[in-house]
Design a protein around this ligand. Sequence first.
Ligand code: KIV
Length: 272
Amino acid sequence: MSSATQEIKRVTTNTLQKMKSSGEKISMLTAYDFSFAKIFDEAGLDVILIGDSASNVMAGHETTLPITLDQMIYHAQSVIRGAKRALVVADLPFGSYQSNEEIALASAIRMMKEAGVHALKLEGGVEICDSVKKIVSAGIPVMGHLGLTPQSIYKFGTYTVRAKAETEAEKLKSDALALQDAGAFAVVLEKIPAALAKEVSQSLHIPTIGIGAGNDCDGQVLVMHDMLGINNEFNPRFVRKYLNLHEQIIGAARQYIDDVKSGDFPSEKESY
Ligand code: KIV
């Protein structure tokens, strides 16, 4: 088979399980549109998450609460067209699954049917396990999300590190086990102490994906706007900036403005 016709092998939830068993770390980033999903997929990213952080970075809301299921489906439909290899996971947004298992399943089915993603992510522990079981029993893989769960920001009142206190750490550990028992294939651990994330990762047979949770999780996730340096106003210690796109894009836009104003653009070569 020539390289042009070589089949691309899709990353699946089983692949992630094997990666945990073999000790290969899982790479995950968010994406919200076709173009970035295509670039990340070409780079060899394992998992693309259509995060409800779209509410912040795409729509400019202060929290993730306002984004709707319809809006998440639109982003997911765009991402899925760009991803040939990566496992594509979509967040179920606030309000689309918390009421009861039937509503959770109906939202899950809409996302799967209308966007064609491969798995869903839901925030919460024991309190959402009946919904997780219901969704998984319909054949839909579910990723959990514990620690700093932004859909509960008004309950926390702050974006600081979670589960530093013993009681919250104990609850997080039992939530992680409950999600695994409910059939979740992986769990995101957000902004918790590294030692706790290590303990949870070792106690679960399913992979953990960390964000601000240290180096002992089975994988890592970052919001694409953070790691690309698009937003220069958000600089928490858990973000590593691989580019400073904010500066580069401002520079390019300023150069373009100058070129238009001075009449330098378009040149003869750029004209018909
Ligand atoms: O919405 C999101 O981007 C997320 C990641 C931060 C894990 O849930």
